[in-house]
Design a protein around this ligand. Structure first.
Ligand code: SF4
Length: 147
């Protein structure tokens, strides 16, 4: 890990993470259901969160409280992430892909059967990971679409 890089090692239980974020466990679970976060899951199904996850959640909180964008709005913004450009998926996969053709949910919330994303662990995927906080969304878009 580079100096100043935020750790992606899942270490916090859901109650610790909620406490650090100053929100309830219920709210954190709701963010997961809404597709705003993918926690690490142990074999026992226990959820763990990393500092990077906490950073992602702080970004969500700021967006809701300061930018006045609701959860539905954030989800739709995330659904516009051009995953096909990041994953460089083949045209034949895009043709029938719900992520490529729709705009209601981010690609990691959708089921992928017969395309390059079929067996991906979304938490580890560049598409999900690249958009971990507010600044990263802009930076990634600048990288994909150079000036
Ligand atoms: S979800 Fe996967 S297959 Fe679908 S457009 Fe995005 S990168 Fe391509």
């Amino acid at each position: 890990m580079l100096k100043n890089e935020i750790s992606d090692t899942p270490v916090y239980t859901i109650s610790s993470a909620a406490k650090l974020l100053n929100i309830s466990v219920h709210t954190l679970r709701m963010y997961e259901r809404e597709g705003l976060i993918i926690p690490y899951k142990k074999e026992s199904n226990q959820r763990l969160y990393s500092d990077k996850d906490l950073e992602r959640m702080r970004c969500v909180r700021v967006t809701i409280s300061e930018e006045k964008i609701g959860i539905e709005g954030i989800r739709r913004i995330l659904s516009l992430i051009p995953c096909w450009a990041i994953a460089k998926c083949p045209a034949k996969d895009r043709k029938n892909c719900t992520a490529y053709n729709g705009y209601s949910k981010p690609c990691w919330m959708l089921k992928h059967k017969d395309n390059v994303c079929a067996n991906k662990d979304c938490r580890m995927c560049e598409v999900y990971a690249s958009f971990g906080n507010c600044k990263s969304i802009k930076d990634k878009l600048k990288e994909i679409i150079p000036a």
